[in-house]
Design a protein around this ligand. Structure first.
Ligand code: UTP
Ligand code: MN
Length: 469
């Protein structure tokens, strides 16, 4: 936490005296020394590093005086109060900012006051994902989520004082935007060939970061290049190309409601009493999404088995699906943790689908792939009732796991990650979309509602609309 050449000099000096100096934070680090940097800044930097290191309370945050004295002595001098950086307590921040560093302990509404800043940080997060730098991607997401939870707009760097999860890099980006209106790094990234190609290629259904990267290295930049390069596509990717335009058009809340009606009818027809719940972003109150997520269950444990193939069959008979692939995720608690009898085998089925959603005449807002199937051409008013390809995720869960699945599929992705981090680091528990395991008591904790899971975790309940971290 000092200039590069001074740091290099001091590093050489201390190594010559037998000290071990690291450039990045790792488990091996015991002392962090800074110069001309406030305790708050060092703390914020440390907060942004938590993915690599959980036990950050055991590391000493020290002023340069401890270092120079240790150099003089030729060994680490014992730490005295005057050596320590003054770090504000997390819950009693100085500038009136009291924010928890865990996103699952904050309320994050959909609408907030820092859209320009969060869009910038999210773009950098996305770009880090495209470079497979997960640590950096999560750090930017955390920084962005902190700004989303603020009560008002950030107008100066002063407003960031005491806030967690804002690393050096994020602060630099925020500073640039506050001063110049834009961040040169964000602008450059957005304009870069790599970012644009990765964005377009990962936008194809069935294409992940790894595949897109391989293609990028081969010179592919746009979906249209795939044919030129003679690329072989799997079934999902072929469907992704066929419906590319529709699938890149956000799904509206109205379309999600239409789909809820259709899926609800299908489920009710093949298994009376079965219920569906809209999860994902729409449950958090979003007005648009990249897909629609449904959770399906039956109040009687076991009745949900074999439900998904029947639902898919019902939908296919009616020509409502353009693509479907069932993933049969057998989930066995006994296999994951040795604490429970193997006879209790739980099932967790998932189906990725692309629906052919018939749009009512009025709601149809000029789908980009018309004209299509002849049935879409009826009427002859020139205003054809078209259809739209929409991604729908169907997940079936036994009722005993329903609360965990509901919590796990509601998101946001960062909120989920933070819940699991809280469970693991603070409670020695392991949370998944199936169950909650308490490692201390070596037992599973049952829950029939999301509220009970929050209670098991010692967390205040956060309603879905405030999980938009
Ligand atoms: P989505 O990717 O659908 O996100 O996953 P979303 O919040 O609904 O956003 P949009 O509007 O579609 O873009 C929904 C939730 O499901 C979980 C994610 O963690 C997220 O919280 N999920 C998703 C899984 O648990 N596993 C998966 O394989 C995918
Ligand atoms: Mn979704």
């Amino acid at each position: 936490m000092m200039g590069a050449s001074r740091r290099a000099f001091l590093s050489r000096l201390s190594r010559s005296k037998g000290f071990r100096v690291e450039d990045t934070l790792s488990q091996a680090v015991t002392h962090i020394v800074s110069e001309n940097t406030s305790g708050e800044e060092v703390q914020a930097w440390l907060e942004s590093q938590v993915t690599e290191r959980g036990d950050r309370d055991t590391v000493h945050l020290l002023d340069i005086t401890w270092f120079t004295e240790s150099m003089r002595e030729g060994c680490p001098v014992s730490i005295e109060d005057r050596h320590r950086l003054r770090v504000p307590e997390p819950s009693t921040q100085s500038a009136g900012n009291t924010m928890d560093s865990y996103a699952c302990r904050r309320r994050t509404p959909l609408q907030h006051h820092n859209m320009v800043l969060t869009d910038a940080l999210q773009l950098l997060s996305e770009n880090a994902e495209f470079c497979e730098n997960e640590g950096r991607s999560v750090a930017f997401k955390r920084a962005s989520a902190v700004l989303k939870a603020l009560q008002g707009p950030v107008c100066s760097l002063e407003d960031l004082r005491g806030l967690p999860c804002l690393g050096e890099h994020s602060r630099r980006v925020i500073k640039e935007i506050l001063e110049d209106g834009v961040s040169s790094e964000v602008e450059c990234t957005q304009q870069s060939e790599k970012y644009q190609a990765m964005k377009a290629l990962t936008g194809i259904f069935g294409v992940g970061v790894k595949t897109a990267q391989l293609w990028f290295w081969e010179g592919i930049r746009r979906p249209a290049d795939l044919q030129t390069f003679g690329k072989k596509l799997n079934r999902a990717q072929a469907a992704g190309m066929l419906y590319y335009e529709d699938l890149s058009t956000p799904v509206t809340r109205a379309e999600a409601d239409l789909l809820q009606g259709i899926v609800g009818e299908a489920v009710g027809a093949v298994l009376p009493g079965a219920r569906i719940t809209l999860t994902g972003g729409f449950r958090r109150g979003k007005q648009t999404g990249h897909d629609v997520d449904f959770l399906i269950t039956h109040p009687e444990e076991g009745r949900e088995e074999e439900l998904l193939p029947k639902v898919i069959g019902w939908l296919e008979t009616r020509d409502l699906l353009l693509y479907q692939k069932i993933h049969k995720n057998s989930y066995l608690e006994a296999k994951e943790w040795p604490a429970r009898s193997a006879s209790n085998m739980d099932r967790f089925e998932r189906c990725f689908t692309i629906f052919k959603l018939m749009l009512p005449r009025v709601a149809h807002q000029g789908s980009t792939q018309a004209p299509r199937a002849p049935e879409a051409q009826e009427g002859g008013t020139g205003e054809s009732p078209g259809w739209k390809a929409v991604r729908v995720d169907l997940v079936v869960t036994p009722i005993s796991q329903y609360a965990f699945a509901l919590l796990g599929w509601t998101g946001s992705q960062l909120f989920e990650r933070e819940l699991r981090r809280w469970a693991g680091q603070e409670k020695s528990m392991s949370l998944s979309s199936h169950a909650l395991f308490d490692s201390t008591r070596r037992q599973y904790l049952r829950a029939a509602s999301e509220e009970e899971i929050f209670a098991h975790l010692g967390l205040e309940f956060i309603p879905p609309a405030e999980r938009n971290a």
